[in-house]
Design a protein. Structure first.
Length: 61
């Protein structure tokens, strides 16, 4: 799978993830990683660390 932002720029880089907001494929250069934490017994240990992948466009919000 190729990065959507790279395709729009005229290049072709391999995607490393999918944006959780819009579903766009993103490469290492365009990915935005948001750190957070989960709480609650149904979602794993209390205060477990999480990472969320977002594209450049959705990562600005």
């Amino acid at each position: 799978m190729r990065c959507l932002d790279c395709r729009m720029e005229g290049t072709a880089n391999t995607a490393v993830g999918l944006c959780v907001t819009c579903g766009a494929a993103v490469c290492q250069d365009h990915v935005r990683i948001a750190a957070g934490s989960r709480r609650g017994p149904l979602l794993g240990p209390l205060n477990s660390q999480t990472r969320t992948v977002r594209c450049r466009q959705c990562g600005h919000g």
